[in-house]
Design a protein around this ligand. Structure first.
Ligand code: NAD
Length: 399
C-alpha cells in the first residue's frame, strides 16, 4: 500500500543532535483509565522530534519492511503541490492538525484508492468529514494523546495573559525596568470566573488544573458531566454558551470544529461576553470569527486573546491575529510537544498495525467508519464539513 504522510518542515538548523531531556516522565494511563497507545513495536527513541519531515513519525522502517511505500512531504498547499500529486494513488493519508493537509471533497475525488485518513493528533476537521462519509473513507485520530498537553498550554495562556507576562518579558529584553508600564494591565487570576466551552478530555483537564488557583469554574457542553465531578470541582453548568459567557472573566474554547461550532464566537457572541473578558482558544481557529476578535481587542470588549490555533494553517502572513493588540498567540504547538509526539507516533503505528492485520481499531480512535460518524466522531462531531476556505493556506510565505 502507499501511505502519504504530510508533516511540518524540519528545524531551520537541521534535526537536533541532542535533546534537552534524556528521558520522558513515565505515564501509565490517562485519567479515565484508558491505556496509552500500545503498538507492537517502536523504531524511535521517546522524546525525539518525530512530527517533521525527517522525523517521519518513526514509521519508515516498519512500513517498508512490511512491503509498503511511504512518501513524506511538507509541500501541501497550492496548485501542483507534491501532496496533491502523491495523493492520487495513495491508500492512506496521515496528517497532523498543526500543519494540516486539508483533505477536501475535491482532493478526495482525485484519490480512488483512499481508504483511511489518520490524524496524528486530535481534531479531524481538516478532513471533509461529509465527503469521507459519502466516499466510505474512514477517519481516525489518536484520542487523548495530547489532550493533557493542551490543557497545560491553556493554563499557561490564562495565567500569562491575565498577568500580562508578554509585556513584562518584552521590557526585560529591551533592557528596561519600567514597572508601571509592566503592570498597567496585570491582574491576579484568583477569584475570577473561568468557563470552558466543552468539558471533554481537554476542557475537563483544564478545569481541574485551574481549580487550585481558587477561581469559580463554569462549563457548557452538549454532554453533561457526572454529578460527582460537578461537585468535586464545584462547577456551574450552563444550558447555553451565551449564559456562560455573560458571567465569565475568562472563556476557554475546547470543542471540536464542526458545522455547529464554526464561527460560534462571532461579533454577536463576543458582545454578550462580560466587557474586558479574555478568550483562550486552543481548539480551532475557525470557531472564532477572526475579524470580530481583532475588532473586540481594539475596542476593549476583549482584554486579551490567546491560543495556538488559526485558520487556515499556516496562517497567511497578513492574518490579523499576528498583529492585533493584547494577543498571546503561538503557532499551533500545544499538542505537539516532544512528550505528545511520542504518544501520537505510537498511536499512528498502533492504528496502522490494526489496519494491516485486519483487527479492530480502538473505538475511541474512530471519527468516521463505514460511511457514518463513529466512536468519538459520533460523540463530539456533527455531520458536514468545516474545510471551506482552506485553500488560503497557500498564501503563507516562509520567512
Ligand atoms: P473530546 O472529544 O474529549 O471532547 C470534545 C468535547 O466537545 C465533548 O465533550 C463534546 O461533547 C463537546 N462538544 C462537541 N460539540 C459541542 C458543541 N457544539 N457545544 C458544546 N460542546 C460540544 O476531545 P478533546 O481531546 O477534549 O479535544 C477537543 C478539541 O480540541 C479537538 O477536537 C481539537 O479540535 C482540539 N485540540 C487541539 C489541540 C492543539 O494542539 N491545539 C490538540 C488536541 C485537540
Amino acid at each position: 500500500m502507499k501511505i502519504l504522510c504530510v508533516l511540518y518542515d524540519d528545524p531551520k538548523t537541521g534535526m537536533p543532535k541532542s535533546y534537552a531531556l534524556d528521558k520522558l516522565p513515565k505515564i501509565d494511563k490517562y485519567p479515565d483509565g484508558m491505556t496509552l497507545p500500545s503498538p507492537k513495536g517502536r523504531d524511535f527513541n521517546e522524546g525525539e522530534l518525530l512530527g517533521c519531515v525527517s522525523g517521519e513519525l518513526g514509521l519508515r522502517k516498519f512500513l517498508e519492511s512490511n512491503g509498503h511505500q511511504l512518501v513524506v512531504t511538507s509541500d501541501k498547499d497550492g496548485d501542483g503541490c507534491r501532496a496533491d500529486k502523491e495523493l492520487v494513488d495513495s491508500d492512506i493519508v496521515i496528517s497532523q492538525p498543526f500543519f494540516p493537509y486539508y483533505l477536501t471533497r475535491e482532493k478526495m475525488e482525485t484519490a480512488p484508492n483512499l481508504k483511511m485518513a489518520i490524524t496524528a493528533g486530535i481534531g479531524s476537521d481538516h478532513v471533509d468529514l461529509q465527503a469521507a462519509m459519502d466516499r466510505k473513507v474512514d477517519v481516525v485520530e489518536v484520542t487523548y494523546c495530547n489532550s493533557r498537553s493542551v490543557a497545560e498550554h491553556i493554563v499557561m495562556m490564562i495565567v500569562s495573559m491575565v498577568r500580562d507576562y508578554h509585556t513584562q518579558y518584552a521590557i526585560v529584553n529591551n533592557g528596561g525596568w519600567d514597572i508601571a508600564d509592566a503592570v498597567q494591565r496585570s491582574y491576579d487570576v484568583e477569584g475570577m470566573h473561568i468557563g470552558t466551552v466543552a468539558a471533554g478530555r481537554i476542557g475537563l483537564d483544564a478545569l481541574r488544573k485551574m481549580k487550585p488557583f481558587d477561581v469559580h469554574l463554569h462549563y457548557f457542553d452538549r454532554h453533561r458531566l457526572p454529578d460527582t465531578v460537578e461537585k468535586e470541582l464545584n462547577l456551574t453548568f450552563h444550558e447555553s454558551v451565551e449564559s456562560m459567557v455573560e458571567v465569565c472573566d475568562v472563556v476557554t474554547i475546547n470543542c471540536p470544529l464542526h458545522p455547529e461550532t464554526e464561527h460560534l464566537f462571532d461579533e454577536k457572541m463576543i458582545n454578550k461576553m462580560k466587557k474586558g473578558a479574555y478568550i483562550v482558544n486552543t481548539a480551532r481557529g475557525k470557531i472564532c470569527d477572526k475579524d470580530a476578535i481583532a475588532a473586540a481587542l481594539k475596542s476593549g470588549q476583549l482584554s486579551g486573546y490567546a491560543g495556538d490555533v488559526w485558520f487556515p494553517q499556516p496562517a497567511p502572513n497578513d492574518h490579523p491575529w499576528r498583529t492585533m493588540p493584547h494577543h498571546g498567540m503561538t503557532p499551533h504547538t500545544s499538542g505537539t510537544s516532544l512528550s505528545a509526539q511520542t504518544r501520537y507516533a505510537d498511536g499512528v503505528r498502533e492504528i496502522l498495525e490494526c489496519f494491516f492485520d485486519k483487527k479492530e481499531i480502538r473505538n475511541q480512535y474512530l471519527i468516521v467508519q463505514n460511511g457514518e460518524l463513529a466512536g468519538m466522531g459520533a460523540h463530539s462531531y456533527s455531520k458536514g464539513t468545516a474545510t471551506d476556505g482552506s485553500e488560503e493556506a497557500a498564501k503563507y510565505k516562509k520567512k
